[in-house]
Design a binder for this molecule. Structure first.
Ligand SMILES: Nc1ncnc2c1ncn2[C@@H]1O[C@H](COP(=O)(O)OP(=O)(O)OP(=O)(O)O)[C@@H](O)[C@H]1O
Length: 468
């Protein structure tokens, strides 16, 4: 939705500092609100001023027209008030209308419309992340900036989920235009909010894992890196609802190793991965990344070192363009200017998505999104790359191309996968997780060659696949 509200451009209005535009918009709205409702000339002047800003911003009236529909509730209220108001009444075309009700309706309609137009003008000429940066520069309380950031993404999530559910309903013979489908529509709205809440939470986790923080964090320190890339000792964790997902995981990974994390559904693989850069925590045990303990004081540095590519690329992508999404992580880690541009270009080139830099991630195919999601993490230049189901939903060619990209990286890699041939191709070593513990650890070929071990943990090689 934020992409739908923002209309990229290069006008003087677009180039104005976002904090200046935010202050101007707030002042404009306050002036509108304080204007006496009988000062009709003033409302006309406001409208002219807004029109002048549109002209300078080169945003046509047609761009605003459909979006102005969000003020529909104001219009309905303004329409009802003249009929329900009390006090002196007059006849208009044979209908009795309350004078004070009509004035109240006009007041709401005029001020509501102007307020909405000012907000739309701000949103149309300022990219969402610039708006958030502007709020930050205005020293808005961090909690408000956090809420605004998440509201933007949440709005987008709700719209995307609604579209998907609508398509799914129509494809099963439902026609949401008909009134008798209202019951199904209402149930759909309930499901929509639950689903979008879940996704909103996952998006939040993905943002946090790329160094996003609502509160200013200390500069990233770069302590000397010593020892193995990763050491995990007796890691145990229960979710807030009491469900124990990890029961004491032990793992040691040397630098440059590529390790597959295998295991049946619900084994605890994703829960484990989310601990590696402190997105989940609060259990017991110890994790060290290149000698640095994963604990609150080190989280920024840990998240720079450990990049997690989430299972669903839609959780990872939330900005209007691919380029902005790829720049999100490094920006959080303090990279800017030419270095930032170079990182973004290099990450997009590594995954073969340079051409898509200025497209909306929402308009890409599943395979392309997966590659961009990988680029968003590569741009952070992590020492350890954690991939959750990288080959899921990929067509064979995209799957092979992704394998080539991954084989070309020299980072330490942990790859959670159900795709056993992919594990065999990419990872010399595998760990098998089940019931929240590591049940086997060794060369991938040995683990995949042990049919009994695989069967005990609900794993099997695909039909026709042979280990050479
Ligand atoms: N937010 C949550 N709250 C409570 N329990 C959860 C939550 N997320 C996961 N679990 C539970 O924790 C256990 C481990 O889940 P996890 O997602 O880590 O498994 P997984 O090995 O990644 O599974 P899959 O292969 O299906 O992705 C499961 O039993 C799951 O139901």
């Amino acid at each position: 939705m934020n992409a739908a509200l923002y209309r990229p451009g290069d006008s003087p209005v677009h180039r104005l500092a976002p904090q200046v535009k935010i202050v101007a918009a707030v002042v404009a709205v306050l002036c509108v609100v304080a204007t006496p409702r009988e000062a009709y000339w003033a409302f006309g002047a406001y409208l002219l001023a807004i029109g002048a800003v549109w002209a300078v911003a080169r945003t046509p009236v047609g761009w605003y027209a459909p979006r102005v529909l969000i003020e529909l509730p104001f219009v309905l209220l303004a329409f009802v008030l003249p009929f329900t108001g009390t006090g002196e009444r007059v006849d208009v075309l044979g209908v009795s209308v309350s004078v004070s009700g009509a004035l109240a309706g006009w007041n709401i309609l005029a001020k509501g419309t102007l307020g909405v137009l000012v907000s739309l003008t701000l949103a149309a000429t300022t990219a969402p992340q610039d708006l958030l940066a502007g709020l930050g520069r205005l020293r808005m309380p961090a909690v408000l900036v956090t809420i605004a950031t998440l509201m933007l993404r949440y709005a987008e999530v709700v719209v995307a989920e609604a579209k998907r559910m609508r398509v799914a309903r129509i494809s099963r013979g439902d026609d949401p235009r008909f009134l008798w489908q209202a019951g199904a529509t209402a149930r759909g709205v309930g499901a929509l909010f639950i689903r979008s809440y879940d996704r909103g939470e996952r998006v939040h986790l993905a943002m946090v894992s790329r160094g996003w923080s609502s509160v200013p964090s200390p500069e990233v320190s770069r302590p000397v890196r010593t020892g193995p890339a990763l050491v995990v000792e007796r890691l145990a964790f229960a979710y807030p609802d009491g469900h124990q997902a990890l029961f004491g995981v032990d793992l040691r990974v040397e630098r440059g190793e590529r390790v597959a994390v295998l295991g049946p559904n619900g084994a605890g693989k994703t829960t484990f991965a989310l601990h590696l850069n402190g997105v989940l925590g609060g259990g017991s045990g110890r994790i060290e990344i290149a000698g640095l303990p994963v604990e609150r004081a080190n989280l920024k540095e840990i998240r720079r070192r450990v990049g997690v590519v989430f299972q669903d690329p839609d959780d990872q992508l939330f900005l209007p363009t691919v380029r902005q999404d790829v720049a999100f992580g490094p920006t959080n880690f303090g990279v800017s200017g030419p270095e930032l541009a170079a990182r973004v270009e290099a990450a997009l080139a590594a995954v073969g998505m340079t051409e898509a830099a200025d497209r909306s991630p929402l308009h890409l195919s599943g395979g392309q999104r997966r590659r961009v999601a990988l680029a968003t993490v590569l741009a952070c230049d992590p020492e350890i790359l954690v991939l959750d189901e990288p080959s899921a939903n990929l067509e064979p060619v995209a799957r092979r191309e992704l394998a080539e990209v991954l084989l070309g990286l020299d980072t330490t890699m942990l790859m959670i996968t159900h795709d056993l041939p992919y594990a065999a191709q990419l990872c010399p070593r595998s760990v098998l997780v089940d019931g929240g513990v590591v049940v086997a650890d060794g060369p991938t070929r040995e683990i995949l060659g042990d049919a009994e071990l695989l069967a005990r943990h609900r794993l099997e090689l695909p039909y026709g696949f042979r280990l050479d």
